[in-house]
Design a protein around this ligand. Structure first.
Ligand SMILES: Nc1ncnc2c1ncn2[C@@H]1O[C@H](COP(=O)(O)OP(=O)(O)OP(=O)(O)O)[C@@H](O)[C@H]1O
Ligand SMILES: C=C(C)CCOP(=O)(O)O
Length: 271
């Protein structure tokens, strides 16, 4: 008989560890603090981080999302620069884990995913092996190759949805069960517009009701993967798999730790 162990997927959002409007601007203190909380929680997890200002501006400049376009000068160089930007952020994050002696292993999504799908299902086997070895896998939003338009961008949020699907679909006895997905970003959660058109934090909502709510507009930052709306699209798919999603503020002291310990914090839970 297999004992099923709970794991949490944590998205370290680019909005919380970088200033998305200033290229290559790392918020090192926030990153350090988030990793400290992950260490304190001492739970099995998979980390996925966003690209923030290390790659969104480059992806925008070279029009990477819409694929190959011969009219864009040096687009292929721009494609690789986009990958290199987020890979640099990944290397910074990995070094932080290693400095704290937390075993973590980066997985390069552009070498694993093809056309937003797993090629042959090896990733799940590798993830399970890493978890067995008490190694924390770290993935990230990246460029992605495919038949259609040759290449595009895969967001960290989409990667999370794909991982959730693979764990749920796995025919093997469930060694690991994804307990919840925690998105750390730079707001306390999802803001809606109240009757007076003022902003109000939504504490929880069923995923089927998301399309019928009126969001408060907190403005746009440089983002090629749809910002908060893209995140909600992936969230709906994750919730359909019966995995709850919690949107939390990664800048607030110990919010991530409390979310991992199932303590109450101001946040939005979508189920
Ligand atoms: N109604 C809203 N409620 C909450 N956040 C909102 C809302 N409207 C806009 N936003 C903005 O959406 C952003 C979060 O989406 P974004 O995709 O940038 O997050 P992220 O996952 O941290 O970034 P990255 O994709 O770089 O990893 C926040 O910076 C926030 O200000
Ligand atoms: C822009 C790139 C390379 C990845 C985007 O991933 P996200 O920051 O999770 O949306």
């Amino acid at each position: 008989m297999t004992n099923t162990q709970d794991i949490t997927i944590i998205k370290i959002g680019g909005s919380v560890i970088t200033d998305k409007n200033i290229p290559f601007s790392l918020k090192e203190d926030v990153l350090d603090d988030l990793i400290d909380q992950i260490q304190k929680a001492d739970q099995k997890c998979i980390i996925v981080h966003g690209a923030g200002s290390f790659a969104h501006p480059l992806a925008k400049e070279y029009h990477i999302v819409s694929g190959r376009n011969n009219e864009i000068e040096d687009q292929i160089i721009g494609l690789i620069k986009t990958h290199n930007g987020v890979a640099k952020l990944n290397s910074i994050i990995l070094n932080k884990f290693l400095e704290k002696k937390i075993p973590a292993m980066p997985i390069q999504p552009s070498a694993v995913f093809y056309q937003k799908r797993f090629p042959s299902g090896n990733l799940i086997t590798v993830l399970i092996k890493l978890l067995d070895l008490k190694i924390t896998p770290i993935l990230y939003g990246d460029i992605i190759f495919g038949q259609e338009n040759d290449f595009s961008i895969i967001s960290g949020d989409k990667i999370i949805e794909e991982i959730c699907k693979q764990f749920v679909d796995s025919k093997k006895p469930p060694k690991y069960r994804i307990r919840k997905v925690v998105f750390c970003f730079d707001e306390d959660g999802l803001y809606i517009e109240d009757a007076d058109k003022k902003k109000k934090l939504l504490s929880n909502i069923e995923h089927t009701k998301i399309d019928s709510i009126k969001f408060f507009n907190l403005g746009l930052k440089i983002d090629v993967t749809g910002g908060i709306l893209g995140k909600l699209e992936e969230t709906k798919k994750i919730c359909k798999l019966k995995i709850p999603v919690q949107l939390i503020n990664g800048k607030q002291k110990n919010f991530l730790l409390k979310a991992l310990q199932q303590q109450k914090i101001p946040s939005t839970t979508i189920y």
